[in-house]
Design a protein. Structure first.
Length: 783
């Protein structure tokens, strides 16, 4: 056997390769025998800088094999000299090239066919979106020239429509994709940090490819000027957050050219759309780009491929389902006639932001998410990055539903891009900062995993791999060590996403907010005044002043109040005194609004906001109690916190209180506070129909029992510290107290009895007993 290099035995080289991460060192040694690779690698005595660089990529084995093929293909060409120069230096370009070869066998195949394309990998910024430049590059690839069209703007028409032109388009697309991948994989920042720019670059590249494919279609159809066709990007293409490999979802909209009847114009536009799709995905010399999917159009695959703007609008006004408006949230003109695309956007966009007012809108969206999850094959459920529980769809559905519900009144939420929309929801107080930050991190992580899986073979996949080798390659591609580490990260992300999805997507405030009109949600003064009067507020002007005080300004507190109040106003109106409910809410909010938990609880809790509205507008007693002890509002989130404490538990608390509080007046003050607290708890439970009237009386009686008993012990202890205890006292409950039928305003009717201790002077004992009773009444008299 020939030695791999002078001075280095094969065994020691294999050991070095294993240390560098090669899974098949024997094959690597054989590849290193090839003259082209040997010349590129150089002296291996110290492992060689090139091999060390290969040891940092996702798959050193695949990178070395691809490098061997690219070097062989470039041999004797200018590309070969450039490639050898790149490999000889320790540069950003070299590391980006090796990173691509180790992460993507498909791009390695492309470079083996076209080694000259190595030149697109530079040390510059490769992932700053520049839609105009990419569009010009792909139109140039198909030899497009601007052709004047009567009655409309000039349009690009390709030099031809044959396979040579189509292959030129696909090769230009792959060149730009190679540059994006190199910038992504070789980025100095973590992959998750550059994800938004990468996804935007991929979307811009897809839009440019659609524009160039349409130019090819025009070359195929000389009558193209009869139709003004626009391509509307949907899904991730429309949202400028595209994957490396994905169906590109589109909707076609067209208008006949001036002087052309509608039927003729639509027939021409349909032929153009069909040819456009073929240019992207039909078999040819170069691999297909991706399927162009128009299934999101009105009536789906049963509907016409191309419609006019008016036809689209008529469909969405009369027939569209909830999910279609959710899909339209990301609609964006991406290719073709810009004026027609803009007309489509103007016609459709208002309907998108009015859709949340449709009957059962929120419930329909929630049901759709469940159906998507239910359709995941059981064998894939635990591997799904996109559709399964804790996957990308959980994040996307959550963000989109919150956008559609709250975006009617808040235009800052109307972004088609998931991460931008999530940031706006956080800035506006619709999602807690911590929740939004964690959801954003999880979304980026899932998207990076998806990107790395798709980039490997440029195939559409959303499933986590199962083999050790594939998991190891995936882990290394995102800077982790091995398969177990990437699985741990993914499972943690899934758990967090599912938890946050369930908290936000099923938030009870969403259906209530969606049922309000746009004017009600906006709290516009005139509309709010009319609504307040209509639903039972006696003083709409006063209510408006409270609303203004609660919502004015740009603070996060005011922003969250603006979300809550449109719904709370309706809930207050369901009580006996909505004006008092709103006033009490303002008082409580003034007291607690700056705390970290209060508004978050009302926004995110499953029950607290509605319960607070009910108790404040139905019971002046509870409203006053909450004003004195506003922290009690936290109980509204959990039925267990509203349950009576029970006599034994209360008695234990009283015993502990007396043990740590020797001063009588201080002890009784604490006992009175305990009584107020427990009466408020009992009252809230009764108003919310969690306790019956007999149960309420029992609870109130238990409170009176333990408080009175504790106060008696404190006073007797005080008496004993003076002259010593001379008598044993007893309080006998009478009336409703004795019958365990107490109400909130019941007096504690009692008799005091005592029995002198053995040897005590009877008169002195009587005097002490009287003093104890008098002292007890004085301390408790204003309770």
């Amino acid at each position: 056997m020939t030695a791999p290099t002078a001075g280095r035995p094969a065994g020691s080289l294999r050991a070095a390769l294993v240390r560098l991460g090669f899974a098949d060192p024997a094959r690597a040694v054989r590849l290193l025998e090839e003259p082209a690779l040997r010349a590129a690698v150089g002296d291996l005595d110290d492992g060689g800088p090139l091999l060390h660089a290969l040891g940092t990529v996702a798959s050193p084995d695949e990178a070395l094999l691809a490098l061997s093929r690219v070097l062989a293909a470039a041999e004797g060409t200018p590309a070969g000299a450039h490639l050898r120069a790149v490999l000889a230096g320790q540069s950003v370009v070299r590391d980006r090239l090796l990173g691509v070869l180790g992460a993507s066998t498909a791009l390695g195949d492309h470079l083996a066919r076209h080694p000259e394309d190595v030149e697109v990998i530079t040390d510059g910024d490769l992932i700053t979106p520049d839609a105009a430049a990419v569009r010009a590059e792909l139109l140039a690839a198909v030899g497009a020239t601007e052709v004047a069209v009567e009655g409309g703007p000039p349009v690009p028409v390709a030099a031809g429509a044959g396979t040579e032109t189509i292959d030129a388009l696909r090769r230009a697309y792959r060149r730009r994709l190679l540059a994006i991948a190199a910038g992504d994989i070789g980025a100095r920042e973590p992959s998750a940090a550059v994800l938004p720019d990468v996804a935007a670059c991929l979307a811009d590249l897809a839009a440019a490819a659609l524009e160039a494919a349409l130019a090819v279609a025009r070359a195929e159809h000389p009558d193209h000027a009869a139709a003004r066709l626009a391509v509307i990007g949907m899904g991730k293409c429309g949202g400028r957050e595209l994957n490396y490999v994905s169906d590109v979802d589109v909707i076609y909209v067209a208008e006949p050219a001036e002087g052309v009847d509608e039927a003729t114009g639509l027939a021409v536009a349909t032929r153009l759309a069909t040819s456009l799709a073929k240019a992207c995905s039909a078999p040819s010399g170069e691999p297909a780009l991706w399927p162009v999917d128009a299934a999101l159009r009105p009536e789906g695959k049963n509907g016409p491929l191309v419609r006019t703007v008016a036809s689209h609008a008529a469909y969405y006004e009369r027939w569209a389902k909830t999910w279609e408006f959710q899909a339209l949230l990301k609609a964006r003109p991406v290719a073709g006639d810009a004026e027609v695309g803009e007309a489509y956007r103007r016609a459709i966009e208002p309907m998108v932001w009015e859709a949340a007012g449709r009957e059962h809108f929120v419930e329909d969206a929630q049901a759709m998410r469940r159906r998507v999850e239910d359709h995941v094959p059981p064998a894939e459920a635990d591997r799904q990055i996109k559709l399964g529980a804790g996957g990308l769809r959980d994040v996307e559905f959550t963000v989109q539903l919150l956008q559609l519900v709250h975006g009617r009144a808040d235009e800052s939420l109307r972004s088609p891009t998931t991460l931008d929309a999530l940031r706006a929801l956080s800035d506006g107080g619709y999602v807690g900062r911590d929740h939004a930050a964690r959801l954003g991190v999880c979304y980026r992580t899932l998207r990076v995993l998806e990107h790395r899986l798709q980039l490997h073979r440029l195939r559409r996949t959303h499933l986590m791999p199962t083999t050790d080798a594939e998991l190891r390659r995936l882990a290394r591609s995102i800077g982790l060590r091995d398969g177990p580490e990437v699985l741990d990260q993914w499972r943690t992300v899934r758990r967090d996403v599912r938890r946050l999805h369930e908290e936000l997507f099923y938030r009870p405030l969403l259906p209530a907010t969606a049922r309000l009109s746009k004017e009600d949600v906006s709290l516009a003064p005139e509309a709010a005044r009319a609504r307040l009067a209509a639903i039972g507020y006696r003083d709409p002007a006063g209510a408006l002043r409270h609303i203004a005080a609660l919502t004015e300004g740009v603070s996060r507190r005011a922003a969250i109040q603006r979300q809550l109040l449109p719904v709370l106003l309706g809930w207050f109106a369901e009580g006996s005194d909505p004006d008092a409910g709103l006033l009490s809410f303002r008082r409580v909010s003034d007291e607690l609004g700056s705390t970290h938990w209060y508004l978050k609880l009302l926004r995110d809790s499953g029950a607290a906001a509605e319960r607070l509205a009910r108790v404040l507008s139905s019971s002046r007693y509870v409203a006053d109690a909450l004003a004195r002890s506003p922290e009690s509002i936290a109980w509204l989130d959990d039925d267990a916190d509203l349950a009576p404490r029970g006599r034994d538990r209360l008695q234990a608390e009283v015993d502990a209180l007396l043990d740590r509080t020797p001063d009588t007046e201080e002890a009784v003050t604490l006992l009175r506070a305990l009584r107020r607290r427990e009466m408020a708890r009992t009252a809230m439970a009764e108003v919310l129909a969690l306790r019956s009237a007999p149960e309420t009386s029992e609870a109130l009686t238990d409170i009176a029992d333990v408080v009175l008993g504790g106060a008696l012990r404190a006073v007797e202890r005080e008496a004993a510290d003076g002259e010593g205890l001379l008598t044993r006292g007893c309080v006998v409950a009478m009336g409703r107290f004795g019958g365990r039928e107490m109400g909130y305003g019941s007096d504690a009717d009692v008799l005091f009895v005592h029995e002198p201790l053995p040897g005590a002077d009877e008169a002195a004992a009587q005097a002490q007993a009287t003093a104890v009773a008098t002292r007890l009444r004085a301390l408790l008299g204003s309770t």
